[in-house]
Design a protein around this ligand. Sequence first.
Ligand code: ADP
Ligand code: MG
Length: 321
Amino acid sequence: MSSDHRIYSYSAVLMGSPILLKLYSHNEALAAQVFRLIKQYEDLLTVNRTPSQVMEINHAAGRHPVTVSRPVFELIRCAKAASLVPGSAFNLAIGPLVKRWKIGFKGDSVPPAQELAALLALTSPAEVCLDEEAGSVFLTRPGMEIDLGAIAKGYIADRVRDYLRKAGETAGLINLGGNVQTLGSPEGGWTVGLKKPFSEGQALVGALVVSDKSVVTSGTYERYFERDGKCYHHILDPRTGYPLDNELDSVTVISTDSLDGDIWTTLLYGMGVAKGCAALRARPDIEAIFVTRSQEVILSSARHFRFTLLDNTFRLTDNTV
Ligand code: ADP
Ligand code: MG
């Protein structure tokens, strides 16, 4: 634990990454409860360890529905809805492709096109069947797998925010690695760094100041491998089965809920800058910062945050109207 002014920091390693919690009060017991809460949700949602409810669903694919707890059901319902939006780059049934590529893990390789085509046939979100009354989930074909890896952290970050609020905290920040969720506004807001893509260490492109907002960054630099001079990163295009290939190095979404941030980072990766900014004009509650390969930083708008560019090798375009 360390403190600067009246903000206290607590850390743990969970979900394979360092987790940082900041509180306005010195409260080790509350911090321990928050870390326990994160662990409980991870145990429900992971696809990398048994037994989780999501893995139970996947194991029963093509055989029988699995009844899950309410939070898991709600999250899957929300993920299915986002997947069914026409042209959506988000797909909760992307599991078979993620498992085959193993991007960023031991044994990663570029699958033959034929194999990808066969796996694509197992990724239809419409074949994730939800039974509202039974609270159960059924994957209709053997081999189907849901993967909540893109949204689990956002969902958990939101639950931590709710928990802190209920516990009577007036200010707090949780950083789950890629997902930051904030409560309240200490000294005018929380400062959140925007990482410089592909840089070693803690280099920043810029910094945001937010209050009561989530800041989610998804970057192609986070997990990838290189083969024959080509870079394969971990956000897959559900239409082709290959990693999404466009001008972006990272997308950051500022929203009230971190779950929306998670879904929108993936959607915006699929749209690219121009289509993404156009789509966000209809969504005043969602704002984005795009960082491109050509070192441009583009703000879709900046109503709910302040942004400062810290690295002058990048050019800033602010579409704020
Ligand atoms: P991280 O924060 O770990 O970098 P992201 O939030 O960017 O992760 O999500 C990437 C993860 O989401 C992948 O590792 C994979 O498990 C899953 N995924 C990959 N492509 C898609 C997709 N098109 N739709 C939904 N989930 C995806
Ligand atoms: Mg995410």
